[in-house]
Design a protein around this ligand. Structure first.
Ligand code: CDP
Length: 223
């Protein structure tokens, strides 16, 4: 059977995962949240008292962790459901360090390709179109102003009943964007053949519809 893949990349809190989930559901494709996998590695390092900035520390845990994602978008670290836990602030603050190590990237990229094998998938992250799925049917590079991204994340935190500061969220997003786009290995950048989608003024449904119509166009061209 023919399989298709959609790669959605972009900076922090640009709405990628919500849109990617909606697109996967509409097309009945598998959804893989690669950010959650880097977050799970980070969580494991925090729990073991390791230094996320140290490549040696990161390397030392790679064969001690198993990871899988289920159909409901839950992530399991050594079979423990850490879906909610990996989105906590301590992990968010350190993930950009842990994920920058070459060994971590190699391991997770291999795992992501393995998970996608033989499936039609929607994957979101920072290096999907450039590294993980260079032959994806559709590549979208999603951007939004830092103000609108911070506001979305702020409202998301409030809706979970958490306390949040808009200013701190915006600073953290800017800091992560900087680290993600300046790191040596697989930095965040738009693949040449990715389609730029500015979602600053789009609702989630408009974003999903825009990606679906781009996909149908691309898939139609392949027929
Ligand atoms: O949802 P949000 O944009 O806050 O983050 P995420 O998609 O869960 O990703 C968390 C972090 O993982 C990012 O800031 C990147 O540092 C890293 N990441 C990456 O390096 N490569 C990916 N394919 C996905 C995430």
């Amino acid at each position: 059977m023919k399989t298709y893949s959609i790669a959605i990349d972009g900076p922090a809190a640009s709405g990628k995962s919500t849109a990617a989930k909606g697109v996967a559901k509409a097309l009945d494709f598998l959804y893989l949240d690669t950010g959650a996998m880097y977050r799970a590695i980070t969580l494991y390092m925090i729990e073991k008292g390791l230094d996320t900035r140290s490549e040696e520390d990161a390397k030392s845990i790679l064969d001690k962790v198993t990871m899988r994602e289920d159909k409901n978008g839950h992530i399991f670290l050594n079979e423990r459901d850490v879906t909610e836990r990996v989105r906590e602030e301590d992990v968010t603050k350190l993930v950009s360090y842990a994920c920058a190590h070459k060994a971590v990237r190699e391991r997770l990229v291999a795992l992501q390709r393995e998970m996608a094998k033989g499936e039609s998938v929607v994957m979101d992250g920072r290096d999907i179109g450039t590294v993980v799925l260079p032959d994806a049917t559709l590549k979208v590079y999603q951007v939004a102003s830092v103000e609108s991204r911070a506001k979305r994340r702020y409202l998301e935190e409030l809706s979970k009943g958490k306390e949040a500061s808009l200013d701190e969220i915006q600073k953290d997003i800017e800091r992560r964007d900087y680290i993600d786009s300046h790191r040596e290995h697989s930095p965040l950048r738009k693949a040449e053949d990715a389609i730029l989608l500015d979602t600053s003024d789009l609702t989630i449904q408009e974003e999903i519809d825009a990606i679906l119509s781009l996909f149908h166009e691309k898939a139609g061209e392949l027929k």
